[in-house]
Write a protein that binds this ligand. Structure first.
Ligand code: PLP
Length: 394
């Protein structure tokens, strides 16, 4: 059977592929340390699990829910949007989706026609460009650089703006770099988007995972006008260690949210009811466990960052958030005679049993992504192995 152009042109997710490969080798009994994962390594906090179990016992989660999410979860999102963004919204501004990934998917399907352009800063989260293409849009990539913490400037954005530009994506803290845009940078981008009537897609999924006194300002909070040009993407996956539950959400103007809800109603009907019940507790229940997980990431970052930065041929600045390091390894590749980061990553896995994600899927062919969502012991051992690999490859 000849498959559609759409699917033949699609790049599968490199992060999921790398994680699957590492798992497969581990299952074969090999001593693999995987720094590939895009999810917290903690189990979901007990109070959230309990809320799900109570939902099941009550029988309330046996049925379809409204496509855009239960009233209880929408109310919880209204509360946290007030608390975290200082924005007053109502249920018509919200859609709950099966993960933030599906919020983004329905958003692109809602706003893009063939040939419309979405500006995506590089390095980018692997799914943005592919999802834009699935909606027949054109991703337009703009490269940040290490000296500027991989953040794009207004001049760069203005350089690529055309009559077809529909939206710009801001992901701060960023997966994969962990860097945060300052309020001034966000304000400049927000005002530029308002001036040119562009939609800002603000992917705030890592906004609670920030460390060492850093804060992640929200672009949507900067002015009413900017908020009216923004769709916020957020969810419970990363903050509450709930990736498997698949609950994300979007906040934006009712017209766009209504379009997204129509698409979801024809695609999934609704996100799993039991997961929605759990997400209510995540958002409005006790926050101490989430804070303890954040502190554990902070400790890992502070321990592992200096060791990774000291690896020969590695260059990186200290990330401010997320749970990733994204070193430029051009120097290390050169030492080993490599001109391709994916080959370097594959050889590292084969020789030293450390799994990283190639930067290629993030648009950065001189970088690797290392997740520190694993034990400190494994992280320290991984650094020892990577150093040995670099030294042996010279
Ligand atoms: N946005 C970014 C930047 C991410 O890294 C991820 C997950 O890896 C998502 C969105 C999607 O999260 P989920 O679909 O688990 O809510």
């Amino acid at each position: 059977m000849k498959l559609s152009q759409r699917v033949t042109n699609l790049e599968p997710s490199v992060t999921l592929a790398a994680t699957a490969k590492a798992k497969e080798l581990k299952a074969q009994g090999l001593d693999v340390i995987s720094l590939t994962v895009g999810e917290p390594d903690f189990t979901t906090p007990e109070n959230i699990e309990k809320a799900a179990i109570e939902g099941i016992k009550s029988g309330n989660v046996s049925f379809y829910t409204p496509s855009g999410g239960t009233p209880e979860l929408k109310n919880a999102i209204i509360d946290v949007t007030k608390k975290n963004y200082d924005l007053t919204i109502d249920a018509s501004n919200i859609i709950v989706t099966s993960g933030a990934k599906f919020a983004l998917y329905t958003l692109f399907q809602t706003i893009l026609d063939a040939g419309d352009e979405v500006i995506i800063p590089v390095p980018y989260w692997v799914s943005y460009g592919e999802q834009v293409k699935l909606a027949q849009g054109n991703p337009v990539f703009v490269s940040g650089n290490l000296a500027n913490d991989y953040k794009v400037t207004l001049d760069q954005l203005e350089d690529v703006r055309t009559a077809q530009t529909k939206a710009v994506i801001i992901n701060s803290p960023s997966n994969p770099t962990g860097m945060i845009y300052t309020e001034a940078e966000l304000r400049a981008i927000g005002e530029w988007a308002v001036r040119h009537d562009l939609l800002i897609i603000s992917d705030d999924i890592y906004d609670h995972l920030v460390y060492n006194g850093n804060e992640a300002p929200h672009i949507a909070s900067l002015s009413d006008e900017i908020f009216h040009h923004t769709v916020i993407i957020n969810g419970v996956s990363k903050t509450y260690s709930m990736t498997g539950w698949r609950i994300g959400y979007a906040v934006g103007n009712p017209e766009i949210i209504g379009g997204m809800t129509s698409i979801a109603s024809q695609a999934t009907s609704n996100p799993a009811a039991v997961s929605q019940a759990a997400a209510v507790e995540a958002l409005i229940g006790q926050q101490e466990t989430a804070e303890a997980m954040r502190q554990a990431f902070e400790e890992r970052l502070n321990t592992i960052y200096p060791k990774v930065a000291a690896l020969p041929g590695f260059e990186l600045k200290k990330p401010q958030g997320t749970f990733y390091l994204f070193p430029n390894i051009a120097g290390a590749m050169k030492m080993g005679g490599y001109d391709n980061v994916t080959t370097w990553v594959n050889d590292l896995l084969e020789q030293e049993r450390v799994a990283l994600v190639t930067g290629e899927g993030f648009g950065s062919p001189e970088s690797v992504r290392m997740s520190y969502s694993t034990s400190l012991e494994d992280l320290e051992e991984a650094v020892v192995r990577i150093r040995r690999f670099i030294e042996n490859s010279q």
